[in-house]
Design a protein around this ligand. Sequence first.
Ligand code: GLU
Length: 289
Amino acid sequence: MTFRTRFAPSPTGPLHLGHAYSALLAADLAARYAGAFLLRIEDIDRTRARAPWEAQIFDDLTWLGLSWPEPVMRQSHRLQSYQTTLQSLQRLGLLYPCYCSRRDIAEAAHAPQEGAAPKMGPDGVVYPGTCRDRPKPPISAVPPALRLDMGKAIRRIGPNRSALTFTEEGDGTARSVHVAPKELLDQVGDVVLARRDMGTSYHLSVVVDDAAQGISHVVRGRDLFDATKIHVVLQRVLDLPTPVYHHHRLIRDEAGKRLAKRDDARALSKYRAEGLTPQDIRRMVGLAD
Ligand code: GLU
């Protein structure tokens, strides 16, 4: 298998040490296996994506010594592909419109066990299913979101255990991870696949684009491990290949907290301005002695 991986940042803030680790690790693996390292700009959230952040991404990655084939895939140019995929899912009867606000969801999720904390999934509160069996849309005709009917998706995939399995290489050796249908129903639920303001979602776009770019290995942080379960379901119902996944350790601050976009103190540009070299960054993230 030809090794093909990608780094897929969202231009919604500065790249920090965690991004540097992810990008360098992916590029190192690509080099080790004589494969390809691609860059993809995940800019579907038009309210948060900014051109200067995007420019900074190119600049920081180039400074780190990385290169990639041009043209770079940009998700904001791919809305038609996402639309076509949503239509396929619609034809399979796997989507339904959801009219719930965040507040509706929080209230309904609390309702069954008053006082108990609602179940949390990869996207926050597990959707309690309010709109799944709604016979008619409420007053507003345009739904704010389209959700995947997880139960129907699982039934469509059928009982073949290997269908809901992916290979995980992030722990140093390859292991098979089986995604149990019960876990999908209880702990993931009917996730949003298209938000009206975006016309898509992270889950849908990433699955469509990894397939479109022929990605054989997805290298990304462990924080996305649970999201991969959703991605494998989508790959099965859309008849797309499942790449090998390498969910790597997360780079944390001194207090052990995971770095976030708002951690400007650890922005690569800041280290650059202070005179650090790419080799220093490699050392800081444990990719060099
Ligand atoms: N755009 C995502 C992020 O910045 C990356 C997701 C992925 O690698 O699949 O977190």
